[in-house]
Design a protein around this ligand. Structure first.
Ligand code: NAP
Ligand code: ZN
Ligand code: ZN
Length: 349
C-alpha cells in the first residue's frame, strides 16, 4: 500500500486537518501520480458540508483539480510513462458499458461515475479520496495529459473549472456572432469568460461585485453588468443567446436573469447550490426560452479543452496557498474573496 499524506474533513462540516491514509498499489492499468498542485473548487465546500445530501463517506479528502507528475505505472499502462505531466478531474472511473460511456460522455454514465473523492470504488474495495494529498492512483483512462506550455499550478483548475465551462460553451455553440453572458465571476465564471472569448463570442459578465468590473474586462469580457444596480435587468432585456450560471447560491430572482435571454435563448446552470432555485414558467414561456444544466465533461472533451487552453494559452488567475491555510481559503471563497482560484501547493503538506 502507498502511504499518503493529506488534509481531510473527519466528519461533515468539520474543519480540515492533517490526515494520513493508504492508497492501493497500482493495478495493471493504474498510474501513480505525485500531486504537485490541487485547485479548490466551491464543490469541495458543498461536499465537505454535505450540502447536497449525498451522504458521502468521511473522513473525506476533497480535491478534483489535480496536476502532477507520473511516478509509477502499472504493468499494462500504455498511455503514460514516469515523468509525464498529467491531470485528474472530477471522475476516476465509470461503468464503461452504457451508451453514454460508449459515446465519450462518462460524466453522464447511466450507472453513475466514480467521483474522484467521496465515491465507493466500482469493485467495492474502498472509498475514493481526492487531491488535497501528495499522491493518487488512477486508472490511465481517467488521466489527462497537460500541454507542455501550461504550468502545473495554473493547469490544475482547468480539470474542473475549465471543463465545466468549456463543455456547455461548446454544446450551445458559443462563437463568433453569439452573445454569451456569465453569471458570477468566481472560479468557474472567470474561466467561462476566458474560454468563451477565445471561442470568439461576445462576452458579458453579470456580477453583483462592482469591484470586479475592471478584472472582467481584463479577462476578455466585452461588457460588465452590475446586477445590483437599479434597472440593470430592464436595460439589458433580450440581449443574450446563452447565459452560463455559475452562482453557488439559490436565492436568485431567476425571472430577471431569464429576461436577459433573446427569443430561443438558453440559460445553463452549472452552479449547484444547496437549495432549489425557484422558477416561474412564464419567464420561459414568453420568448420560448430554454433552461438547461451541464455537468463537467467527458474525458475526451476534457483533453480537447486542455489542448484548446494550451493552444490559446488560457490559464486561470490563481493564488497559490500553503496547505495549512485551507480553512481560511474556504472562508474566503464563501465571501467571494478569491481572484479567482485558490490552488494548494502540496509540497507544503
Ligand atoms: P466561486 O469561485 O465561489 O464562484 C461563485 C460566484 O458566484 C462568486 O464569485 C460570486 O460572483 C457569485 N456569488 C456568490 N454568492 C453569491 C450571492 N449570494 N449572490 C449572487 N452571486 C453570488 O465558486 P466556483 O468554484 O466557481 O463554483 C460555482 C458553483 O459551480 C458551485 O456551486 C459549484 O459547486 C458548482 N460546480 C458545478 C460543476 C458542474 O459540473 N455543474 C462543476 C464545478 C462546480 P460575483 O462576486 O461576481 O457576484
Ligand atoms: Zn469542481
Ligand atoms: Zn456508463
Amino acid at each position: 500500500m502507498l502511504k499518503t499524506k493529506s488534509i481531510a474533513a473527519l466528519k461533515p462540516k468539520a474543519p480540515l486537518e492533517a490526515y494520513s491514509f493508504e492508497r492501493r498499489n497500482p493495478k495493471a492499468k493504474d498510474v501513480v501520480i505525485d500531486i504537485k498542485f490541487c485547485g479548490i473548487c466551491h464543490s469541495d465546500i458543498h461536499m465537505v458540508r454535505d450540502e447536497w445530501g449525498m451522504g458521502s463517506p468521511f473522513p473525506m479528502v476533497p480535491g478534483h483539480e489535480i496536476a502532477g507528475i507520473v511516478s509509477q505505472v502499472g504493468t499494462g499502462v500504455t498511455k503514460y510513462k514516469i515523468g509525464d505531466r498529467v491531470g485528474v478531474g472530477c471522475m476516476v472511473d465509470s461503468c464503461r458499458e452504457c451508451s453514454h460511456c460508449k459515446s465519450d460522455l462518462e460524466n453522464y454514465c447511466v450507472k453513475g461515475n466514480t467521483m474522484t473523492y467521496g465515491s465507493i470504488e466500482k469493485d467495492g474495495s474502498g472509498i475514493t479520496q481526492g487531491g488535497y494529498s501528495d499522491k493518487i492512483v488512477v486508472n490511465e483512462d481517467f488521466v489527462l495529459k497537460i500541454p507542455d506550455n501550461l504550468p502545473l499550478d495554473k493547469a490544475a483548475p482547468l480539470l474542473c473549472a475549465g471543463i465545466t465551462t468549456y463543455s456547455p460553451l461548446r454544446h450551445w455553440k458559443a462563437g463568433p456572432g453569439k452573445k454569451v453572458a456569465v453569471m458570477g465571476l468566481g472560479g468557474l465564471g472567470h474561466m467561462a469568460v476566458k474560454i468563451a472569448s477565445a471561442m470568439g463570442a461576445d462576452v458579458t459578465v453579470l456580477s453583483r461585485s462592482e469591484s470586479k468590473r475592471k478584472d472582467a474586462l481584463d479577462l476578455g469580457a466585452n461588457n460588465f453588468i452590475n446586477t445590483s444596480e437599479e434597472n440593470a435587468f430592464e436595460k439589458n432585456a433580450l440581449s443574450f443567446d446563452l447565459i452560463i450560471n455559475t452562482i453557488a447560491v439559490s436565492d436568485l430572482d431567476m425571472s430577471s436573469y431569464f429576461s436577459l435571454l433573446k427569443l430561443d435563448g438558453t440559460l445553463v446552470s452549472v452552479g449547484a447550490p444547496e437549495n432549489a432555485l425557484s422558477i416561474h414558467p412564464f419567464s420561459l414561456i414568453l420568448m420560448r426560452r430554454n433552461y438547461a444544466g451541464s455537468a463537467i465533461g467527458g474525458i475526451k472533451e476534457t483533453q480537447e479543452m486542455l489542448d484548446f487552453c494550451g493552444e490559446h494559452n488560457i490559464t486561470p488567475e490563481i493564488e497559490v496557498i500553503n496547505a495549512k491555510k485551507i480553512n481560511e481559503a474556504f472562508e474566503r471563497i464563501l465571501t467571494s474573496d478569491v481572484r479567482y482560484r485558490f490552488v494548494i501547493d502540496l509540497a507544503t503538506l
